[in-house]
Design a protein around this ligand. Structure first.
Ligand code: ZN
Length: 372
């Protein structure tokens, strides 16, 4: 008996691809933003994976992966169900902006936070339209999703990579049991990411991860609150999707389906993209900055492995003359995720995105006062 999976007006029919709408936000003008829903279900039973994209308006590679991936030919071989949403932020995609015009905040930090409900503080705004929509969508995700992937883009020319969320657990009650479950969940997440086969960047250490509200990202909330193994896939350049990265992400996703028992056969090779593997675990780092206004001539490219002391950039004045101590050097071992856009920088600005050696645990307790 096939799983009954429905979302909005779309309802799974075994052996087919169904299309529908999920009403997300009603504007004061009466207009409704819906999220487009695609439900692809194989004739044979199997797990359910949610594939989401388009939460940031200038990031067009993720929707492209979904359009390329979900075909009748795939459904003919599929066991289980794919629920795909190519436009989590219709307002952002409409204007090609990172944030919705009616709520200029990062929507990928607006999923439920898991804190106990509190009486509304009259001096604070009530939950926003986006938070209310995501809270409803999250309930639907928890009803059906066994796995999930949320597709994004990082910066122009960056490599394709996975952001692996930390797995946080409650230590204020049943700490040992919760820790064991978190360790098991992290192992599932790890195996799923390995099947996808692209470069892996672990998120910030736990305290910084919470401070940045990354636990309220799409994949973070699904993993931490829903215990749904998954990850964020970053697919290089956003507004000019790279065909090789899109194809490699579709192949990586099919490999995840194989790992999950939803497709037969061995893993496809991931080819045509750079994969950075320095031989140790690495994490997100915001730290490569300049200390003065300058022109930056980058000496490394996305995907390059770097060691402490390696030259990263040559700092010049506007005439092109080298500044004093003009070579910016690596402070950490790791690799280059991508260069920051442009060559002109103010003091304190980041000029490169590096993934650096990670010595913090993947599984960690929530901060002590989190649930108070
Ligand atoms: Zn994004």
């Amino acid at each position: 008996m096939a799983k009954r999976v429905t979302l909005g007006t779309a309802a799974a029919v075994p052996g087919t691809i169904q299309y529908g709408r999920w009403d997300a936000i009603t504007h004061p003008t009466g207009h409704v933003d819906f999220m487009p829903v695609i439900i692809a279900q194989g004739k044979a039973d199997g797990p359910c994976i949610w594939l989401t994209a388009g939460i940031h308006g200038p990031e067009h590679a993720g929707p492209s992966v979904l359009y390329q991936l979900i075909t009748q030919e795939l459904v003919d071989r599929l066991r289980g169900t794919i629920v795909a949403i190519p436009a989590l932020s219709p307002a952002g995609l409409r204007t090609q902006q990172y944030v919705p015009y009616h709520l200029p905040k990062n929507p990928n930090r607006m999923w439920p936070d898991g804190k106990p409900p509190k009486p509304q503080d009259p001096d604070k705004e009530a939950p926003s339209s986006v938070e209310l929509a995501f809270a409803r969508l999250f309930d639907s995700l928890l009803e059906t999703a066994d796995y999930m992937i949320d597709f994004h883009n990082a910066s122009i020319g960056s490599i394709s990579f996975v952001f692996r969320d930390r797995v946080l657990y409650r230590a204020d009650q049943n700490a040992e049991e919760n820790r064991k479950k978190a360790v098991a969940l992290a192992a599932r997440q790890d195996a799923m990411i390995e099947a996808y086969g692209h470069t892996v960047v672990t998120e910030f250490p736990a305290k910084h991860y919470i401070k940045e509200d990354l636990h309220r990202s799409t994949s973070g909330a699904a993993l931490l609150l829903g215990h749904v193994p998954g990850f964020t896939a970053e697919l290089g350049t956003g507004l000019m999707p790279d065909a090789a990265i899109v194809a490699a992400a579709a192949a990586g996703t099919r490999n995840v389906l194989r790992w999950a028992g939803m497709l037969d056969g061995g893993l496809e090779p991931i080819s045509g993209i750079k994969i950075a593997d320095p031989g140790f675990r690495t994490r997100r780092s915001p730290a490569t900055r300049v200390d003065r206004p300058c022109v930056v001539l980058h000496l490394v490219q996305a995907g390059d492995i770097v060691k402490v002391g390696d030259p990263l950039a040559d700092l010049r004045d506007i005439w092109g003359r080298p500044l004093e101590n003009n070579i910016l050097r690596a402070q950490h071992d790791g690799y280059v995720i991508g260069r920051a856009h442009g060559i002109y920088f103010y003091p304190g600005q980041t000029v490169l995105y590096l993934s650096v050696r990670d010595e913090d645990p993947i599984v960690a307790p929530y901060p002590k006062d989190y649930f108070q």
